[in-house]
Write a protein that binds this ligand. Structure first.
Ligand code: AMP
Ligand code: GLY
Length: 423
């Protein structure tokens, strides 16, 4: 079976690595891929901002199945387009992907279906923001309505700050079209949890949960990033809580989308805050998380291809995944300056030595390969991921491997998983 994987991040490297383990995958393409993925798949150049270009590529490669990593092609309607042509593809349609691509859509949907989430107000002008802020206490959260690559959420200490941030978003200067509508939200407190389920439009099967580390600095300091590391352990979510989340969040979402004529197939990522009032939804993503996918795939002992086919063919069941009871952790190594301005093209050394550490797999995110050597090519460069019998050992191994890798300006968090270890 020929599989085309779309994307170029650490998430896609983990998916490629897992898909390649499927005995039924005879050929794996990745568009456009990265330096590390080129060792697992045939990388083909692609412009992910152009649906036409992706269709032309698939016309040429004739894959039996296409798996989409990032949200942008889903927002452009890649699933609608491929399905219209009768090409099997994994993920939600453009309409269903609105759960991620429009925060106001997701909020109104949650309110209609009584899915637990924070209080909110949708605003299209500075006057509406001013009026809405009167109904919130501080800190208060300001979010751009559209996709903003992790830069669309600002937690504001004062209402003046919130009004200023919202005003800047609304002019379109800060985030372009994505910010011309904003959502004001109550700020929630608690531990965050990434809870992902596989959906076939009707039934859902949970994946193991993971916890991301969004801030750039140790101890959750500094600006938000795409994610500086994540871990997955069985203790994150027991069976009782899993069932609660399925009953009160995942199943009502999938049923509500179907009732609204927007059948939701693919991965539904529920970004949760575990508050004193119970779990609440911070956001939905219509795809696998990055970096959560790296530790989640490390714990998957069954065939990813089989699960993806179950989603497409409408036969998802609890038996679709078999998980390891072990722990896994991913430490992201980023370029100097990330999440701000970065320089690329720095030579990376030590990846092979790191990969040889027991239980470790180095997933590439922003890398390129030239004459057999790897170079940095993005903000998040590598996701050094380890699996072991417990979290402490997994953390030790991941950091041992990180210690073997060098590139100019490299930085990483030293406390991935530390909060869970203290508990
Ligand atoms: P989002 O893209 O909506 O997940 O937001 C990114 C990050 O902002 C989340 O992972 C949280 O850390 C934080 N965040 C978003 N919404 C809220 C909220 N209502 N209260 C507190 N933190 C939030
Ligand atoms: N790690 C958060 C995300 O994938 O959106």
């Amino acid at each position: 079976m020929k599989v085309l994987l779309i994307g170029n991040g650490g998430r896609e490297h983990a998916l490629a690595w897992k898909l390649r383990q499927s005995p039924r995958v005879t050929k794996l393409y990745c568009a456009p891929g990265n330096g590390g993925i080129s060792r697992e798949a045939e990388c083909v150049p692609a412009d992910l901002k152009s649906l036409e270009a992706i269709v032309a590529l698939a016309t040429q490669l004739e894959p039996d199945l296409t798996v989409v990593g990032p949200e942008l092609p889903l927002q452009l309607g890649i699933v609608d387009e491929f399905t219209r042509r009768g090409w099997p593809i994994f993920g939600p349609t453009k309409a269903a992907a609105q759960l991620e691509t429009s925060k106001s859509f997701a909020k109104e949907f949650m309110q209609r279906h009584r899915i637990p989430t924070s209080h909110y107000a949708i605003c299209d002008s500075a006057d509406e923001v001013k009026e809405a802020l009167g109904r919130f206490s501080t800190p208060v959260v300001v979010k751009a309505d559209g996709l903003a690559a992790g830069k669309g959420v600002v937690i504001c200490k004062t209402k003046d700050e919130a009004a200023a941030v919202a005003a800047e978003m609304l002019t379109g200067k800060m985030l372009g079209e994505a910010g011309t509508r904003v959502v004001i939200e109550e700020c929630l407190k608690g531990d965050e949890l990434s809870f992902l389920v596989l959906s076939d439009g009707e039934r859902v099967a949970p994946l193991v949960a993971a916890q991301d580390h969004k801030r750039v600095g140790d101890g959750d300091t500094g600006p938000n990033t795409g994610g500086m590391g994540a871990y997955s352990i069985p203790q994150l979510l027991d069976e009782q809580m899993t069932n609660w989340l399925l009953q009160h969040i995942a199943r009502p979402v999938v049923a509500g989308m179907k009732a609204g004529g927007m059948e939701y197939k693919g991965i539904l990522y529920c970004g949760l805050m575990m508050t004193a009032r119970g779990p609440m939804v911070l956001e939905f993503n219509c795809r696998f998380g990055d970096p959560e996918t790296q530790p989640i795939m490390m714990r998957l002992d069954s065939d990813l291809l089989e699960a993806i086919e179950a989603s497409i063919e409408g036969r998802v069941s609890d038996g679709d995944f078999r998980w390891s009871p072990e722990a896994s952790v991913c430490v992201v190594m980023a370029s100097g300056g990330y999440p701000g301005t970065i320089e690329v093209g720095k030579k990376i050394s030590g990846i092979e030595e790191a990969d040889r550490v027991d239980g470790v797999k180095v997933f590439h995110a922003g890398t390129s390969v030239r004459d057999g050597a790897f170079y940095t090519a993005g903000g998040r460069v590598l996701g050094v991921t380890a699996r072991a019998q417990n979290l402490q050992t997994a953390v030790d191994r991941a950091y041992e491997a990180v210690g073997k890798i060098q590139f100019d300006g490299a930085h990483y968090r030293k406390d991935i998983g530390a909060h869970a270890l203290r508990k």
